[in-house]
Design a protein around this ligand. Structure first.
Ligand code: HEC
Ligand code: HEC
Length: 503
């Protein structure tokens, strides 16, 4: 109860801060006039009325929302406000997102260059049905839609400096590089295999229900390039869902900065730090489970190079993630064809794939006005989930793509890094993100995971087998929310889950 009062108090404080900014003549968002800013404050203010749905609440992605009745293709629709030309571009991008790359040399012109080391032959192979990946379900199951990121702590003063200045986000593992590739082209050994062992941990909820959480431990077996560095840091990642990414990129920097509270000045136990990316021109990191990439374009270029082993004008690495110690790998022919360009996938491949990835529509919500869903929404607000899973934003009027401009969107994330406690810690810092920090995961579309992907594995490594487990893994800054969730009477907990399923 005490805790709930504290939340109400901080909400009141937040609203006060917001209105005092709005009264001032200089809007803090450079894309808006003072008048527009006031309107934006009014529509993005957290509601306290849970008796009915809010205006436009069902339209999670604003005018870009897909209103189609949901089925297994619910995450594969294009933004509803794309014009004819955009639709054409989206379709070309879709073809390239699904394209299976082959090894060089090949008779298939402009489709080769795969690897030499890789995790999958296409984007879609991991971003299954444009939704999320999953951990292997049994020993024989392939781990394709999930991989391990690798690095080592800085080994010298020079490397320390590179990390501190932001010139580098990580120091790669000297032999294996930045991630473990479990596949390779013929003639080159794959690097090894990920092994997961789970231990069950029991958590008792109020009302007597006992939930079992599975705590994973990761190791690498069948290592083909010798031992790993003794201090190797390993971070497991499943492929996240692809909807609404262009809209997340269109959120104004100032709105993310405004929510950050690195020193927890409002004393609510929740800090929230911006992930700064880049060296000379620092940008806000928004993508990846640790928000280590600033744009869909860069994330896509990194995926081509790191996950598939294809170079693009934005990441000229035809040998992908081969390190200088993997000579056999570096001796393979690349797929560069000089007559087509300097990379294996010359323009406009990357541009089209990025366009596709930026314009996958967020599905319309279901049951927004249902009584149990509204009660669950109230719990979501009152036990502090909204402190990180921020319900709404109005995107920038200056967003690059016109379809993403000035939209009221409901992503349920602040795009900030939060300390989530030792339970979720991967122990591997990246750029601004510490060993225990993760980006608040957007929750839009989460209720359709089962329909689209046929499973309900959540969190960065898919350890949670359903939404309840995902919440119970929260710790650190989210410990109070987790505790409040445990203490809710069963009926109210059920409502909260129903609210999440309606997203
Ligand atoms: C081997 C599996 C795999 C393949 C192949 C793959 N991805 Fe990903 N993708 C991931 C994982 C894992 C992440 C999360 C990365 C992280 O946390 O650093 C991700 C993240 C992303 C994101 C950011 C999403 C978000 O919500 O932050 C985008 C965009 C993306 N991938 C695009 C692509 C594109 C485009 C391709 C093809 C060129 C591709 N991916 C191929 C596994 C994959
Ligand atoms: C301190 C910030 C914070 C608070 C408070 C918080 N979350 Fe989260 N939430 C996160 C972060 C960060 C992640 C990603 C963690 C990871 O993947 O390891 C996440 C992940 C999730 C996921 C899984 C998303 C996915 O795509 O796999 C769900 C569901 C979720 N939160 C629901 C809730 C609910 C419900 C509450 C309130 C009881 C809550 N969260 C409170 C930060 C927070």
């Amino acid at each position: 109860m005490l805790f709930q009062n504290k939340i109400h108090l901080t909400l009141v404080l937040l609203v006060n801060v917001a209105s005092s900014i709005a009264v001032a003549d200089t809007p803090y968002r450079g894309d808006l006039t003072a008048d527009e800013l006031n309107r934006v404050f009014a529509v993005t203010k957290l509601t306290s009325d849970f008796s009915q749905a809010e205006r436009f609440e069902a339209m999670s992605g604003g005018a870009a929302t897909s209103s189609r009745s949901p089925d297994a293709d619910a995450f594969s629709q294009f933004s509803a406000n794309l014009g004819f030309e955009g639709e054409e571009k989206f379709k070309l991008g879709n073809g390239l997102f699904r394209k299976l790359w082959v090894s060089s040399p090949s008779s298939t012109q402009a489709s080769d260059g795969l690897g030499p080391l890789f995790n999958a032959r296409s984007c879609q192979r991991c971003h299954l049905k444009d939704g999320r990946g999953h951990p292997p379900e049994h020993d024989a199951d392939s781990a394709v839609s999930m991989f391990l990121r690798l690095s080592v702590p800085p080994q010298s003063e020079k490397e320390k400096r590179l990390i501190e200045t932001g010139e580098k986000q990580i120091i790669p593992e000297p032999t294996y590089g930045t991630q473990l590739q479990d596949l390779a082209i013929p003639g080159v050994p794959a690097e090894g295999k990920m092994k997961i062992t789970y231990t069950e941990i029991k958590v008792a909820l109020s009302g007597g229900e006992v939930i079992s959480l599975r705590k994973p431990e990761y190791s690498i077996i069948e290592k083909k390039y010798g031992p790993l560095h003794p201090d190797v840091l390993i971070s497991p990642r499943i492929a996240p869902p692809m909807v609404g990414l262009g809209l997340l990129e269109a959120i104004h920097d100032a709105d993310i900065l405004q929510q950050a509270d690195p020193d927890d000045v409002d004393l609510d136990g929740i800090s929230g730090r911006v992930s700064w990316v880049g060296y000379e021109h620092k940008k806000i990191g928004r993508f990846g489970w640790k928000a280590s990439t600033a744009s869909v374009l860069q994330q896509s270029a990194d995926a081509f190079a790191g996950d598939i082993g294809i170079s693009t004008p934005r990441a000229m690495r035809p040998w992908g993630d081969c390190t200088s110690l993997q000579t056999q790998c570096l001796n393979q022919p690349t797929g560069v064809q000089k007559n087509l360009g300097d990379s294996e996938a010359p323009d406009p491949v990357l541009e089209l794939v990025t366009f596709y990835s930026s314009n996958l529509a967020v599905p319309i919500r279901r049951r927004v006005a249902n009584t149990s869903v509204l009660s669950g929404k109230k719990e979501f607000y009152e036990i502090g989930c909204v402190k990180c899973h921020r319900p709404k934003f109005v995107t920038s009027k200056k967003a690059v793509q016109k379809e993403h401009r000035f939209q009221l969107i409901w992503p349920y994330t602040d795009l900030l890094l939060h300390d989530m406690g030792e339970g979720l810690a991967d122990g591997r810092p990246v750029g601004s993100a510490s060993r225990r920090e993760w980006r608040t995961a957007p929750l839009w579309g989460i209720g359709l995971t089962k329909l689209v992907n046929g499973h309900t594995y959540f969190l960065h490594d898919g350890r949670a087998r359903n939404l309840t487990e995902a919440i119970l893994w929260h710790g650190g800054e989210a410990e109070n929310s987790r505790q409040a969730f445990i203490e809710l009477p069963p009926e109210r907990r059920k409502n909260l889950i129903q609210f999440l399923e309606s997203l």
